[in-house]
Design a binder for this molecule. Sequence first.
Ligand code: SF4
Length: 280
Amino acid sequence: MKISLAKSAGFCFGVKRAIEIALNAAKSHKNVYMLGDIVHNEAVSEKMAQAGIKKAKRLLPGKDRVFLIPAHGIPLSMIKKARLLGYGIIDATCPMVKQIHTIARKMENRGCRIIIIGDHKHDEVQGIKGYLRSKAIVIESLRNIPAKKIQKIKKACVVAQSTQDVQRALQIITKLKQYIPDLKSSDTICSATKIRQEEITRMPLENDLMIIIGSRNSANTKRLYEISKSLNKKSYWINSESEIKNNWFKNVKKAGIAAGASTPQAAIQDIVNHISEINP
Ligand code: SF4
């Protein structure tokens, strides 16, 4: 069986950077606190805990404490609150996500209603919303465009969560143009996501089976899996080698492996090694 590993598999620039910032923060400060995870991966969260970074459910008074902002960003109000409570701030927000905040704010100041293409509940989307004065509209898919609400808007700007599917975002923008006379859009899907998506639109067609590695709470891994599954029914989403089933590989001559942006290299290597030993 031939195994092809996607060149983009594993940490993207923003995730590498955030982990580095977090580990340096843990070295130089005793009390580093986070709300949620630095990136969406259990092994990385464990590494953060081992480094001494504490996870809090809510912000308590922060004298002599440092508040760490994760790669996907958080609402501005939360940063202000942390400052007021006395926390020092260390910001590991990916610069690409920060750019979305800047664009959305700038366009809001120019009188645009902001429309975000993304996953309603995702931290990055909550973060973008939290940088605006007005209420942004979030659209998850072509099927859930709130036509009645959209029809009333004269001027809007669309931004997308950095890990969205490029094709799906374009379809949504095309549809929105039918409703909104003055619609601007900004290409905010990051280049790391685009490279990953280019590979995932090609690899499932070139291989008999696809394995997508990443955490269940990783939005970009979910996206990779969805695209892969739509092109190749034999696509499997796993987070560790223990989830691999040998019978998936029956009659498989070519297996492709891709991974989300927050999947550690060690997990990918373990899975590649495991699959290399399967005799289909
Ligand atoms: S996926 Fe893109 S936006 Fe998100 S952390 Fe990585 S580089 Fe940054």
